[in-house]
Design a protein around this ligand. Sequence first.
Ligand code: GLU
Length: 406
Amino acid sequence: MKRAIRAVAIAAGLTVAACGSTPKPEAAPRQPPRTLTVGIKFDQPGLSVRGTDGTPHGFDVDTAVYIADKLGVTPDHITWREARSEQREDLLNSGTVDFIVASYSITAARQQLVSFAGPYLMAGQDLLVRQSERAIDQPEDLDGRTVCTAEGSTSADKIRRSFAHNVQLSTRDTYAQCVSDLIAGTVDAVTTDDVILAGYAHEHPGVLRVVGHRFTRERYGVGVHKGDLDLQSRITSAIRLMIDDGSWRRALDTDLAASGYKPAAPPVVFNAPDKLVAPGDPTTLDPELVNAAKAVAATSNARDWEGFRSLVCPETADAIDDIVLQYTPQFDKSLGAEIKNAGYTNTVTGVTQNDPNSATFAFHETFTNVPEKYRSYFKDIDYTATMVRRDGAWKLCALAADFVEP
Ligand code: GLU
């Protein structure tokens, strides 16, 4: 909070005191107005664009305004600052902005540099093409073609990592510039998250269309200065409230429904863990804890749903189910039947016992037998679990998940 909100000093009191020998009765002390500088995109219709009067609007903006309100800051005290994909970490680390709400995916690489609250929206990388395009349906069809995306994005990383050998990659500062190139015919496709592309397709009906085959999973988080755990958890609470009180759904309907974009459900929100627990010394751990941790890891993938539920604290069981479902790719109904044969392995990677009755442990999930076209969709997952010992039995009471970037 200290870094996040700058109080505006009120100097008026000093002037009054200097004016006369008989001091006027003191006015009731006024709460100093609080201000925030928030990083957003300026040219992503549906998520965040600047209107002609300079005021931004869109789902990211509404999310930022909601969060600011919960931090005690009214919209007229927010300074909006453009945060292009490539600039985000610098803007946070230099203290230029207090937080960023700008289609900003939570990734392990970024978590080295900044911290995230959220996620507040789940999206996935897709392709935008000209309406008349018949030959491009998935990234594999981009062989020999030119695709445009923004520098500093996960979208560019993905193309470089998985498709660079055949695809001509053209990067720009913003997606809006890519869209102009696509319309002008100098590139064959634009790639980034489906929610962003849907906004451009909606702006250019009959000219551009989204292919509609997501090939990554992107969790949008609110970026904060690395290690600002206080602000991180205040923002996480605000996002949870936004989902619970219906504001999230309303903002979605106002800002994104027009483009036809439909996220499955609100995401399960938690502070994305910055780092995993270190492996404990097995000689000092309660052996029952180790067994319980292994059992949680072995059953967590919902193929042994009953077994898993029996290890979970009843009051948090539903929330934990939601997290497992959200992060387990097999449960994405938009994927084809070929994924049925995909398997998984979970390995406990660290256990830390804090006291006789509480512990944290981490486990890692990897997938096997994944059809080639879904390879990038089945990212490995790191889970961080909190265990509590109740009536002698260790139970899983909290869970957080994080994709591991290949
Ligand atoms: N969500 C992706 C990212 O964070 C792509 C969108 C963007 O560049 O803002 O890189």
